[in-house]
Design a protein around this ligand. Structure first.
Ligand SMILES: NC(=O)c1ccc[n+]([C@@H]2O[C@H](COP(=O)([O-])OP(=O)(O)OC[C@H]3O[C@@H](n4cnc5c(N)ncnc54)[C@H](OP(=O)(O)O)[C@@H]3O)[C@@H](O)[C@H]2O)c1
Length: 163
């Protein structure tokens, strides 16, 4: 099962200088709880934005064209889409495509599910979620996020499956 997971603002913005443009701890919690004990795949730039530190309790796969790229022993480094697709066929775990923009775009044809957090505000930044054809996707679940003193923007969690 291949699932894309991301957070965007109202304009599809996802990143600023290799980091998230907002602070929304409840979305990080959602990401953590959803991906725990499964597999996350990310591009080399997103991985470096996280300080090359893999998140605990899940398998991290990093995609790079650099055959000499190294990271901590627990990280699997792969060099093509096909390698990730083969990995996902051989595991019973959910493989979460976790960004960034280049990675989401390339995996679109192979995704089974989308988990989108939309922050109902606008920010500035330099990375946008790629244009997906949402006529091919059906919204099956919407959960409104809780706004509080630490999560100050309205936001919602949506789940899409292929039509
Ligand atoms: N809001 C969110 O949910 C979210 C989630 C994740 C990331 N982001 C943001 O997204 C931005 C980064 O996105 P990005 O598009 O610039 O970079 P990216 O997708 O994170 O990484 C791109 C890199 O991945 C490698 N790569 C891509 N396709 C590959 C392939 N088919 N085979 C082998 N390697 C491949 C290349 O690395 P090499 O150059 O080493 O070959 C490429 O430069 C950041 O701002 C980050 O904060 C946001």
């Amino acid at each position: 099962m291949l699932t894309a997971i991301w957070a965007q603002d109202e304009n599809g913005l996802i990143g600023k200088k290799n980091h998230l443009p907002w602070r929304l701890p409840n979305d990080l919690k959602f990401f953590k709880e959803t991906t725990e004990n499964n597999v996350i795949v990310m591009g080399r730039k997103t991985f470096e934005g996280m300080g090359k530190r893999p998140l605990p309790n899940r398998q991290t796969i990093v995609l790079t064209s650099d055959e000499k790229y190294t990271a901590s022993d627990s990280v699997i480094i792969l060099h093509s889409l096909e390698e990730v697709l083969n990995f996902s066929k051989e595991t019973e775990k959910t493989v979460f495509i976790a960004g960034g923009a280049q990675i989401y775009k390339q995996f679109e044809p192979y995704l089974d599910e989308l988990l989108r957090t939309t922050i109902e505000a606008t920010f500035t930044g330099d990375a946008h979620f790629p244009s997906f054809d949402y006529s091919k996707w059906k919204l099956v679940k919407t959960v409104q996020g809780i706004v509080d003193e630490k999560n100050i923007y309205p936001y919602k969690f949506e789940t899409f499956i292929r039509v």
